[in-house]
Design a protein around this ligand. Structure first.
Ligand SMILES: [Zn+2]
Length: 159
């Protein structure tokens, strides 16, 4: 695969703690966290806590992924690859945003945990991304996204 010179990575979780959103070393456009802020938002904890936060969390995540795409739009033409973590309820909307903002399926790379896969698959098909590569990951995507980011920053390679 041809290595892109500039990529973006999107996640409503924080996978590179301590990094601010924006360009990292001029080649990685980092957009992480539910608030679009580099730190401060809690990660989902144990299941009980997750259940309590679920309703509130769904809406918060849905809003966050929308805001992430707004931040990304102006950079889209310069990006060779856009790597998107898609997690649990509320975040699948990011697939719809990707389509709406005209992301070329050839430039998309989806990082999926296995939550709610049926809904994700349906949205992928519905929006024409079935040809885009995908990587399966742990729930939350923290380690996988961090690994991809650190490798790209160190070597300029995605895989
Ligand atoms: Zn998950």
């Amino acid at each position: 695969m041809q290595q892109p010179s500039k990529i973006a990575m999107l996640s409503y979780n924080t996978f590179l703690p301590g990094f601010s959103n924006g360009w990292v070393e001029g080649k990685l456009l980092l957009i992480q966290d539910r608030n679009g802020a580099p730190w401060g938002a809690p990660q989902f904890g144990p299941l009980a806590q997750k259940a309590v936060l679920q309703d509130q969390g769904d809406q918060q995540i849905a809003r966050a992924v929308g805001s992430h795409w707004q931040q990304l739009t102006e950079h889209l033409p310069t990006l060779g690859r856009v790597i998107i973590y898609v997690g649990d309820r509320g975040s699948e909307g990011t697939i719809e945003h990707a389509a709406k903002h005209g992301l070329d399926p050839a430039k998309a790379l989806f990082v999926f945990c296995d939550c709610n896969m049926r809904a994700k698959e349906a949205l992928i098909k519905q929006h024409g991304f079935e040809g885009s590569p995908r990587v399966m990951c742990e729930c939350g995507g923290h380690q996988t996204m961090a690994m991809i980011a650190r490798k790209f920053l160190a070597t300029g390679e995605l895989q």
